[in-house]
Design a protein around this ligand. Structure first.
Ligand code: EPU
Length: 418
């Protein structure tokens, strides 16, 4: 067990390079299993979610070769075996092996996925979608057994534009007979990244990134390469750090379009930044204006940045509101931000944030990945020392966080908890 120790107050200056997107790579690795040859994924982030997915691929008899941030995956000898509960429930994205193994072997046995606790995180749309393609879904104790004699393309209308369901159904449909159309598909950039990888293998997917995705089934998928897109949520987190403490802080390797909704909010708050191609330079803003945020599916304001921006809103002069609409319960950061001095009231899924706040250091706990990010942002502004426990959540999504932040001037370290 480890803790993060942060002595805040320092300006952040220099540059932070954004790594490959967690929510892309966690789908690209399971997607690789669909190939009958060798695939290579470039720009793979060094985060613990990736470590678990690699363990699952090795359990399936895939061979992995790693070099300078890329992973070569040899899937020629892949076998179909049950993915045990202790691996299935280590992360959300284990569910992508449902679609991938179902497509490849017409049979998959796996347990309920893990991931951060935001209340009920159903996977009914994934399962109904598999059934629409001709599969049967059985539950044996806590294990899902999903199988089909053959998969046949169909029209699947999602009643919510779920990222996970959209990707999982693309994976399942890619080798089905005939054509599958996913209506009300999610449009997140990670979906386009996965569709590109599958198309590079020989799949026939059109429309990824729009609300209607068409998949014409193919018999075989071959070798392919793909580069993981930059992580828009990691980028957003460090951009918020720049708005709090930046002194010409540069955030590099970003795709500005992917973070347009965040940048629009920063503009409203009076934050100044300069964008040049894939680089953003930002300075701290001493006179922040409050604003209101409602989380939405892409391209709206992302739920994953609704927690981190609370630190900036708490620093603003006045009252801001944040409404979470994607998840039933994603407010784990509030208790600890309050412990650090924030004035926040919660009613249902709405936060009222009354600023300005001077955060003070204390001992806090990361209740989930982005709650952890929220706490390290607040800690970076506090003059006293902050200790953050439960940091395994943070390490699931932020690569080399200590090095990245120390390199730009933060006083941050990881210590073992005895
Ligand atoms: N939902 C259902 N039924 C389903 C699927 C989803 O009711 O079958 C509901 C969920 O209960 C939830 C909402 O739809 O309330 C959103 O779920 P979605 O499927 O869109 O999310 P996800 O695929 O489980 C991915 C990211 C999340 C990110 C969301 C939304 C991965 C591994 N996770 O989750 O990332 O918040 O999309 O953008 O890609 C994070 O990175 O911190 C994170 C939580």
């Amino acid at each position: 067990m480890q803790k993060l120790v942060i002595q805040g107050g320092n300006d952040l200056t220099g540059s932070i390079k954004i790594n490959g997107a967690k929510n892309s790579v966690v789908a690209l690795l399971p997607a690789a299993v669909l190939s009958d040859e060798e695939t290579t994924i470039y720009n793979v982030p060094n985060i613990t979610d990736v470590t678990v997915l690699k363990q699952i691929i090795e359990l399936l008899n895939g061979k992995l070769t790693e070099e300078n941030g890329s992973i070569k995956i040899d899937t020629r000898n892949i076998i179909n075996t049950t993915i045990p509960e202790e691996l299935s429930n280590k992360l959300r994205a284990s569910y992508y092996f449902m679609g991938a193994l179902l497509a490849k072997f017409k049979h998959v046995e796996i347990y309920f996925p893990g991931g951060c606790n935001f209340g009920a995180r159903q996977i009914d749309l994934h399962l109904k979608g598999f059934e629409s393609l001709g599969a049967t879904v059985k539950m044996e104790k806590d294990k899902f057994i999903i199988e089909a004699e053959k998969l046949i393309g169909n029209k699947i209308c999602l009643n919510f534009a779920s990222v996970g369901a959209t990707i999982n159904l693309m994976l399942a449909a890619v080798k089905a007979e005939g054509t599958t159309v996913i209506v009300n598909a999610a449009k997140e950039p990670e979906i386009v990244n996965v569709a590109t990888f599958l198309n590079n293998m020989g799949a026939k997917i059109t429309g990824a990134g729009t609300s209607t995705i068409k998949i014409v089934g193919v018999e075989k998928l071959g070798s392919a390469i793909i580069e993981v897109i930059p992580d828009r949520i990691e980028a957003g987190t460090y951009i918020i750090a720049g708005a709090l403490l930046g002194n010409n802080l540069k955030i590099t390797n970003i795709i500005p379009d992917h973070i347009a909704s965040l940048l629009a909010k920063l503009n409203e708050m009076g934050v100044e930044f300069k964008l040049e191609n894939s680089e953003l330079t930002i300075n701290k803003c001493e006179n922040l204006k409050p604003t209101d945020i409602i989380t939405q599916v892409y391209p709206g304001y992302p739920t994953d940045l609704a927690q981190p921006i609370c630190v900036l809103l708490a620093k603003a002069n006045g009252i801001s509101h944040v409404e979470e609409t994607i998840y039933e319960k994603r407010m784990g950061h509030v208790e600890y931000l309050k412990k650090m001095g924030a004035n926040i009231e919660i009613e249902d899924n709405k936060e009222t944030i009354i600023g300005p706040t001077t955060f003070h250091g204390t001992e806090v706990k990361a209740s989930d990945l982005r709650a952890g990010a929220t706490l390290f942002l607040a800690a970076l502004t506090a003059k006293e020392e902050t200790i953050i426990t439960n940091i395994e959540y943070i390490l699931r999504g932020y690569e080399n966080i200590v090095k990245k932040l120390s390199d730009v001037g933060a006083n941050i370290r990881i210590e073992e908890i005895e």
